[in-house]
Design a protein around this ligand. Structure first.
Ligand SMILES: [Zn+2]
Length: 429
């Protein structure tokens, strides 16, 4: 299968050449074969499908580096609650009623929303992860799936289950699926279990996906219990000896920035979720200054309540410029990098996140016909400040077209929405 994208304005995602005008992209199988000026297009490249991108903006597929896909079932439920009350008195009790098959349909709904809003890769963390894996395998998306050794139903520990899950799913579906270990948080795990989880991740030569220092309450409690910060605890227990995706990192002390930088921990900023739950605002400009890789995530639909990376990218730029009283605190190109190349780096996917020859063909085309986005004098500004998720017209992952003319190629959207509405009615009686 080969695809030619013609007459394109391209945001490459690479720092040295962010915008190219009047260019072509040639895709052969799963890879970008070339990116070249339209005038240099060779007549030898024969494409099965040609896309005229004259009224489009072409970007790398967006990377949602922290979400819980199955929680779409709990979207718009238990609003206006404090995080601990929301999580322990409402969300977890509802989740206890979820069957594995429910999680499959919840993940399917998440996939629909994410593909239609331009997300091509995600890091997922939830339970009944075999069923989420099945949904992602069918979807054509790229996913880093993580399974928890801690069973929330009875708080039993099943490290062997994580190894089994890794062996079953890692590098499957044309290597689109990867498996990490989930360590939910330092507040649900004791130090012994943190150490054991780190050991298993090391043995499997894989990474860990964790929630870290999300709230002031968590920060205080960790100090009271262990006389050290959550970052110090992770460092001590060996969690940071493997690649780590650390969601939130809102409440860091001075030494924590140094610890995260030293261990090359990938931080995932989830501005909507942190704002909605009143958790606070992570100091992203400071992390970037310290050389910490910062990606973006939506968190789950229960705490956002959307899965649009365009919304997060826009919010991240606005929020930090406002807080810092500096319009350069997060530039447009930094916001785009957080949603693309930094996200790919966070997920350990060095083959995607940038539009360059030799990289995986994971890219999106935004329609630029709308009144709200014209004129596009500066494409980077347009992508961060004007574009809407609903502008996403075409999505290509691994060289395959998954969304065309804003329509999903192989998922029955109406069926999935009906299924999830039915599940939500049963769970939230
Ligand atoms: Zn989360």
């Amino acid at each position: 299968m080969s695809i030619l994208i013609k007459n394109a304005t391209i945001i490459t995602g690479a720092t040295d050449a962010m915008v190219l005008t009047d260019h072509c992209i040639g895709i052969k199988d799963d890879l970008i074969e070339f990116v070249c000026p339209s005038s240099e297009l060779s007549s030898e490249f024969q494409a099965d499908t040609a896309i005229d991108a004259r009224d489009m903006l072409v970007m790398p597929g967006l990377v949602n580096a922290h979400t819980h896909s199955g929680t779409t079932i709990l979207r718009n439920y238990a609003g206006d609650k404090k995080l601990e009350d929301w999580l322990f008195n409402h969300i977890i009790p509802a989740e206890m009623k979820l069957t594995p098959e429910d999680v499959y349909w919840g993940a399917k709904l998440a996939i629909i929303e994410m593909l239609k809003s331009g997300t091509t890769s995600i890091a997922d963390m939830y339970w009944h992860m075999d069923y989420a894996a099945q949904a992602f395998q069918e979807s054509g998306m790229r996913a880093v799936l993580s399974k928890s050794p801690l069973m929330f139903k009875d708080m039993s520990v099943d490290l062997a289950g994580c190894v089994e899950y890794y062996n079953k799913w890692h590098n499957t579906a044309d290597e689109r699926l990867k498996v990490y270990l989930e360590v939910h948080s330092t507040y649900l795990y004791n130090p012994d279990l943190l150490e054991e989880a780190a050991k298993v991740a090391k043995q499997l030569n894989t990474g860990i996906h964790i929630h870290l220092l999300e709230t002031k309450h968590e920060q205080r409690e960790t100090y009271q219990k262990y006389k050290m910060s959550g970052a110090e605890l992770c460092e001590k227990c060996g969690i940071f000896d493997v690649p780590v995706i650390a969601a939130h990192c809102v409440h860091l002390d001075e030494q924590d920035y140094e610890i995260l930088a030293r261990h090359k921990v990938n931080v995932v900023h989830n501005p909507s979720s942190n704002l909605k739950l009143g958790s606070g605002i992570a100091n992203v400009p400071k992390m970037l200054q310290r050389g910490i890789n910062v990606a973006l995530g939506t968190d789950g639909a229960a705490s956002n309540n959307n899965l649009s990376l365009f919304k997060e990218m826009n919010l991240a730029a606005l929020l930090h410029n406002g807080v810092a009283e500096d319009p350069l605190a997060i530039t447009s190109s930094q916001a785009i990098a957080m949603a693309t190349s930094n996200g790919a780096q966070a997920l350990g996917l060095n083959t995607t996140g940038v539009l360059q020859a030799g990289k995986k063909a994971d890219l999106i085309l935004l329609s630029t016909k709308g009144a709200h986005i014209n004129p596009i004098t500066e494409p980077l500004s347009a992508a961060v400040y004007s574009a809407q998720a609903s502008d996403v017209d075409t999505v290509i992952v691994d060289g395959k077209i998954l969304l065309a003319n804003k329509e999903l190629v192989s998922i029955d959207e109406e069926l999935v929405i009906a299924k999830v509405k039915e599940i939500a009615r049963r769970i939230i009686e």
